[in-house]
Design a protein around this ligand. Structure first.
Ligand SMILES: *Cc1c(COP(=O)(O)O)cnc(C)c1O
Length: 242
């Protein structure tokens, strides 16, 4: 068995164990194999092992990589979406955009989606820890802007996403995951907006996230190894420009 295949199996069993601890069915949780910086060959290994959902965080890299992989691979965009990349992003057919972090970006996405007849599904990124270095709605801003977000007719809001602050100990993330779930419950209740998806948890803390209600976990290095060096680049003669 390849290392990627073995690591995937280990992550899948950790997901099943965390689900069992929380009294949840493992099928309530979907694993996103975060393939940013990793080669198409590594992604193919994961596909061959049965993993079909992948996460990329840079549009330029995704544009180079996605066409090289079989169409059974499914893609989520998990990064910060820049306004000038929205058209390219929509053309790549991402099933879900995790990092919609402002009303302004949601409006730009809605307008361009209208122009190109797309209906993107999105998660709203919430900065639950209030870190100044992170993107995302503060919980207060989110409550204040839910109605404006709901008025966007092209963008389908499926749930919320967060990135916990870096910490030496996974248990530290629990309060932020619980906070995201509480924000979700409040928005659902006050605005009648169903938000089934909670995207939270990465390699270091995905089991904690599952215990706190994650439905999507974004796991990169625990599957593909560390992202050292420059990472994968398209061949210099490829026609991709950004
Ligand atoms: C890179 C990345 C991940 C995966 O991180 P690992 O620690 O390697 O699992 C998850 N979420 C986002 C938003 C990322 O950018």
């Amino acid at each position: 068995m390849s290392i990627v295949t073995e690591s995937l199996a280990a992550v899948q069993s950790a997901i099943a164990e965390a689900a069992a601890r929380a009294g949840r069915a493992p099928r309530e949780i979907e694993l996103i194999a975060v393939s940013k910086t990793h080669s198409p060959e590594a992604i193919l290994e994961a596909l061959d092992a049965g993993q079909t959902l992948f996460g990329e965080s840079r549009i330029q890299e995704a544009r180079a990589k996605i066409p090289l992989l079989p169409s059974r691979a499914r893609w989520h965009f998990i990064g910060h979406l820049q306004k000038n990349k929205i058209r390219h992003a929509l053309a790549l057919g991402f099933e879900l955009f995790h990092g919609i972090d402002s009303l302004e970006l949601a409006r730009d996405l809605n307008r361009i989606a209208q122009e190109v007849s797309e209906r993107p599904r999105v998660l709203l990124e919430v900065n639950v820890a209030g870190e100044s270095t992170k993107f995302g709605f503060s919980p207060e801003t989110l409550f204040a802007q839910v109605e404006a977000l709901l008025a966007l007719d092209r963008v389908e809001i499926d749930g919320l996403m967060t990135i916990a602050p870096l910490a030496p100990d996974a248990e530290h993330s629990r309060r932020y995951f619980a906070a995201l779930r509480e924000v979700r419950d409040r928005v659902q209740k006050e605005f009648g907006l169903p938000l089934p998806q909670l995207s939270m948890g990465m390699s270091g803390d995905f089991t904690i996230a599952i215990e706190e209600g994650a439905t999507l976990v974004r796991v990169g290095s625990a599957i593909f190894g560390s992202r050292s060096g420059k990472g994968w680049r398209p061949a210099p003669d490829s026609a991709i420009v950004d």
